[in-house]
Design a protein around this ligand. Structure first.
Ligand code: ATP
Length: 355
């Protein structure tokens, strides 16, 4: 899909009658709730079947469901969706399970810049972008034989940290590695984890100003990961490893968190550099994004990943966060996305925030 295709599509849209649409999963309750608060109609794409639990959350339930057998079938429904003036909001599960290739082809206006996908999904390009922006990332260990401190081994395309493991020596690495999968080895950064939820608007100037538009910090979370976050209840990791029990990194939920205020200048500086570099590299990371960081005891940030869209870590803040409360009461990331679309529609700037 080129930007021209999307812009052509938008000319036939009734801009006063847009429908906010996403796949029913991940942060969809929040997205629908936020859209509803901003006066939009909402449509939920349910994969396989309509999930009954939406009935229990009337303010998070979409006005309408579209049920498809599988993710790929979304591609067959785009004519129908366009007639409803649908704007798609991508989230982590949507892009992961639909597949970046399909997402790029999707002939519907989507919130954000699709060019970000290749920069984010290729670990090499991601590093080029983030380090190019002056951020510090965990050191990469190219040769497993060079492991001389704790490392985390990450399989490519693993969903939500699945299968990742820690090794402290080459021997430990050899014992655990699944040779048929491609992987990256990173220094395991000691410190505390903060997942920072930003929002970049290329069309509004009323926040932390950048060369174009402005940046907000809406919230932050820490992920709850099983079994690493609770494994100590059974004994030390070393003891358990002797028994063949290894910690894992599968996300099960998200915990609200607030950072000491003196670190906020660094948080904004990092967000600023990431956006400025993205403008230079591929036209900008638009809307919500998350830097996944570890803060060391020297109060340095190491960024191990960027997510270029709404993350599930924003879900604790459907009624606002300690940060968004200082922007506007009751402001979630889902609602902020809806506001951006509403503002863009009113000012005839949808082409700046949709691709
Ligand atoms: P997602 O795409 O959902 O963000 P992922 O599968 O790409 O997840 P990461 O976010 O890179 O995986 O890592 C999963 C978890 O592993 C992190 O949430 C964090 O707890 C831990 N982790 C990742 N990299 C490091 C590191 N370099 N040092 C310490 N812990 C790390």
């Amino acid at each position: 899909m080129t930007q021209k295709n999307i812009n052509d599509m938008l000319t036939s849209y009734d801009k006063k009658n847009l429908t906010i649409c996403t796949v029913c999963s991940h942060s969809s309750l929040q997205i629908f709730n936020g859209a509803r608060k901003e006066g939009f109609k909402t449509l939920g794409i349910a994969i396989g079947e309509k999930k009954k639990f939406y009935d229990a959350f009337p303010l998070g339930k979409p006005d309408e469901f579209l049920i498809v057998n599988n993710y790929k079938d979304i591609l067959k429904c785009t004519d129908e969706l366009r007639k409803k003036n649908v704007v798609v909001i991508p989230h982590g599960s949507f892009v992961e399970y639909f597949g970046a290739d399909n997402f790029i082809k999707l002939d519907l206006p989507t919130f954000g810049n699709r060019n970000v996908l290749m920069w984010e999904s290729d670990r090499k390009m991601e590093r080029e972008w983030l380090e190019g922006a002056g951020l510090t990332m965990p050191q990469e260990i190219k040769n497993p034989k060079d492991i001389n401190k704790p490392v985390i081994v990450k399989y490519h395309g693993a969903k939500g940290g699945k299968g990742f493991f820690i090794a402290k020596t080459f021997d430990e690495f050899q014992k655990r590695i699944q040779k048929n999968k491609s992987f990256t080895i990173q220094e395991f950064v000691m410190g505390t984890r903060y997942y920072l939820h930003y929002f970049y608007s290329p069309i509004q100037d009323d926040a932390y100003k950048l060369s174009k538009g402005s940046l907000q910090l809406l919230s932050m979370d820490r992920r709850d990961e099983t079994t690493i976050d609770e494994v100590h209840r059974l004994g030390s990791i070393a003891e358990l490893e002797e028994l063949g029990i290894h910690p894992t990194f599968v996300v099960t939920g998200n915990i609200p968190i607030v950072m000491r205020e003196s670190l906020l200048p660094k948080v904004f500086k990092m967000g600023e550099s990431v956006v400025e570099k993205s403008l230079e590299l591929f036209g900008g990371i638009i809307g919500s994004f998350c830097l996944e960081t570890v803060i060391t005891e020297d109060l340095e940030f190491k960024v191990f990943e960027i997510s270029a869209r709404i993350v599930a870590g924003t879900n604790p803040y459907i009624a606002g966060s300690p940060y968004s409360e200082m922007i506007q009461p009751d402001l979630s990331t889902g609602r902020r996305i809806a506001q951006e679309i509403k503002y863009a529609a009113k000012k005839n700037l949808l082409h700046e925030v949709l691709s």
